[in-house]
Design a protein around this ligand. Structure first.
Ligand code: IMP
Ligand code: MG
Length: 177
């Protein structure tokens, strides 16, 4: 089956919104250092653009997770494929994600990271699909709330494709002819 991409949020809209979130974070963390934790791979494009717009000192770390399949999926347990390099102890941590969908991944991840003793822990997501929420997640910074559609670009993939699009698009599947 082939597919095409329809633009949902243009590059200019995304960039402007990231700039605004960066300014907000800079104000909220004035006088502090912020430790950004990126969830790979999807969060990486957003993390880079966001970090450039933050004016307080920033440090970065990366982790990679994958969902367990089958019946553990409903529990939201995720497997850590690559853990953070550094301790979170006493740091002001912001988790940077591409999208909060069901909320299962972030609910589990935030619970786990909270146990590592950060001074504070917040969540910043580029996209938020509130209609799809199954598990409650407190989102501190949201780029855009979007409808229940499968989106790609700016780090988000469909079958590992389209992560490099500089805008957010909706995947539309073409009818078989
Ligand atoms: P969760 O359902 O909130 O746990 O989201 C799990 C993961 O599903 C996200 O981190 C994304 O990697 C992926 N995901 C959810 N919705 C989309 C989408 O619309 N496009 C691409 N990936 C998505
Ligand atoms: Mg993700």
């Amino acid at each position: 089956m082939s597919e095409h991409i329809e633009v949902l949020l243009t590059e200019e809209e995304v960039d402007a919104r990231i700039r605004a979130i960066g300014e907000q974070i800079s104000r909220d963390y004035a006088g502090k250092q912020v430790h950004l934790v990126c969830v790979l791979k999807g969060g990486s494009f957003f993390l880079c653009e966001l970090a450039k717009r933050i004016t307080v000192p920033v440090s970065l770390d990366f982790m990679s997770v994958s969902s367990y399949g089958g019946d553990t999926k409903s529990s939201g347990r995720v497997k850590i494929v690559k853990d953070l390099d550094e301790s979170l102890q006493d740091k002001d941590v912001i988790v940077v994600e591409d999208i909060v969908d069901s909320g299962r991944t972030l609910n589990y991840l935030l619970g786990m990271l909270r146990g590592r003793g950060p001074a504070s822990l917040r969540l910043c997501t580029l996209l938020n699909k509130p209609d799809r929420r199954v598990v409650d997640v407190n989102v501190d910074y949201t780029g855009f709330c979007i409808p229940d559609e499968f989106v790609v670009g700016y780090g988000l993939d469909y079958d590992q494709k389209y992560r490099n699009l500089p805008y957010i698009g909706v995947v539309k599947f073409d009818d078989y002819k």
